[in-house]
Design a protein around this ligand. Structure first.
Ligand code: HEC
Length: 106
């Protein structure tokens, strides 16, 4: 009996990362010289498929500023992972790229 219980417990523990899924963080660290576009296409397009060559994302009005975009990708949300290692100039370049290449939804 003990063995079966241990196996069940292990199975339950292993299911946790799957359930938490996108809410967990990502360890991706951009190279120091990566452009905003390069960071976006490496770290973000898995979920945010660009709509066209010039439209990387559709942003809601309240997120359409640099501070809010940086806050969003550094902190994440229920459905989006946090990218804690995109910091400093890389964070600036990524946010500037998104702002310059997004449609704002009013
Ligand atoms: C695993 C999927 C996933 C990845 C990877 C991902 N996102 Fe997201 N993102 C989401 C989801 C889902 C939402 C919508 C829900 C929400 O706002 O929390 C979202 C919302 C956003 C928003 C807010 C849009 C709005 O108008 O409210 C921004 C900005 C954003 N993501 C930027 C990024 C950036 C930058 C990256 C790459 C560093 C990234 N995301 C990577 C899933 C992802």
């Amino acid at each position: 009996m003990k063995k079966l219980e241990t196996k069940l417990l292990l199975a339950m523990l292993m299911a946790i990362p799957i359930l938490v899924g996108c809410g967990t963080g990502r360890d991706y660290t951009p190279p120091a010289d990566a452009s905003g576009e390069q960071i976006f296409s490496t770290a973000c397009t898995e979920c945010h498929k660009p709509l066209s060559a010039n439209v990387a994302m559709i942003l809601s009005e309240k997120v359409a500023n640099k501070e809010a975009i940086i806050q969003k990708f550094q902190s994440g949300s229920m459905r989006m992972p946090a990218f804690k290692n995109i910091q400093g100039e890389s964070a600036d370049r990524l946010a500037e790229y998104i702002l310059a290449n997004s449609q704002v939804n009013k």
